[in-house]
Design a protein around this ligand. Structure first.
Ligand SMILES: Cc1cc2nc3c(=O)[nH]c(=O)nc-3n(C[C@H](O)[C@H](O)[C@H](O)COP(=O)(O)OP(=O)(O)OC[C@H]3O[C@@H](n4cnc5c(N)ncnc54)[C@H](O)[C@@H]3O)c2cc1C
Ligand code: FES
Length: 248
């Protein structure tokens, strides 16, 4: 689908925040799903980017870090230009709105983006833990603060918020209150550690995996991962999986 870029911001040096007009996709979008974007330039394959927010029932927002050729070309698009987007793709998170106030969302680095839409969709505001390398990398604090009942921020070097890992904050949260479900997206070692803690304490953990993709719709098997002894496609069977079943 061809969508118009209606808003473009650059919150950090390598991070771009895009809003596109696409009512058909916005209507169907669920938290945790992704868009497969034709970025332009020399990047012939589409690139997967999570849906970060849906507004007014017609706008989709996504935020991305410039990593290579594709995201570099995408970042050069100007407001008013068209972007070719396939989506919404993937399965998204399974919501448990009845437990939302005891739900815990844990995001690390650029993995925080799909969690904003999730926090909003859950209805009752959940608790949120976000982890970053340092103070300079901290993003979207105000928006997550508004969408959560309690926002905790950790930095690896202690330059902002809690000094330590998101898993330290998770353990603190489990000691002081009930955690009904955990939803997480971020670096693989972080999600692996959270899935382990969930298993030990019988807390369901949904993880959103990131793999390099080709087709994005289940046809090319570029994006496989091991889940419960079998190969699964991140694009079609995921990107959200039961953390207890993923073989990280
Ligand atoms: C379901 C899903 C959702 C995503 N959501 C977001 C998002 O919301 N925001 C965001 O910034 N990024 C997101 N990504 C990652 C994004 O797709 C990649 O950064 C992008 O495809 C890189 O393309 P490129 O052409 O710029 O870089 P390339 O030139 O393709 O690669 C540059 C470098 O990044 C590495 N790389 C590229 N893709 C991946 C990947 N999928 N996993 C690990 N390493 C990779 C390459 O190995 C290489 O070192 C998501 C990925 C998936 C699978
Ligand atoms: S990207 Fe082609 S099967 Fe997943």
């Amino acid at each position: 689908m061809i969508c118009e870029l209606v808003k473009k911001e650059q919150p950090k040096e390598h991070i771009y925040d895009f809003t596109v007009l696409c009512p058909e996709m916005a209507e169907q979008a669920k938290a945790g799903q992704f868009l497969h974007i034709l970025c332009g330039g020399d990047a012939y394959l589409r690139r997967p980017i999570s849906i970060c927010d849906v507004t007014e029932g017609k706008y989709l927002r996504f935020i991305f870090e410039v990593r290579g050729e594709g995201t570099k070309s995408l970042a050069e698009k100007k407001v008013g230009e068209s972007i070719d987007i396939l989506g919404p793709l993937g399965n998204g998170f399974s919501l448990h709105p009845e437990d939302a106030e005891d739900a815990l969302l844990i995001g690390g680095g650029i993995g925080i983006f799909p969690l904003l839409n999730l926090a909003k969709e859950l209805g009752n505001k959940p608790n949120v833990i976000l982890g970053f390398r340092n103070k300079d990398a901290v993003m979207m604090e105000d928006e997550f603060s508004a969408a959560s009942s309690k926002l905790m921020i950790a930095t690896d070097d202690g330059s902002y918020g809690f000094h330590g890992l998101v898993t330290d904050l998770l353990k603190q949260q489990m000691e002081t209150g009930r955690v009904s479900h955990i939803y997480t997206c971020g670096p693989t070692p972080m999600m692996r550690a959270i899935a382990e803690i969930g298993k030990e304490h019988n807390i369901p953990v949904q993880v959103s995996l990131e793999e390099r993709m080709g087709c994005g719709v289940g046809a090319c098997v570029t994006c496989t991962c091991m889940v419960n002894g079998g190969r699964k496609r991140v694009c079609k069977d995921g990107p959200v999986f039961d953390g207890a079943e993923v073989e990280f």
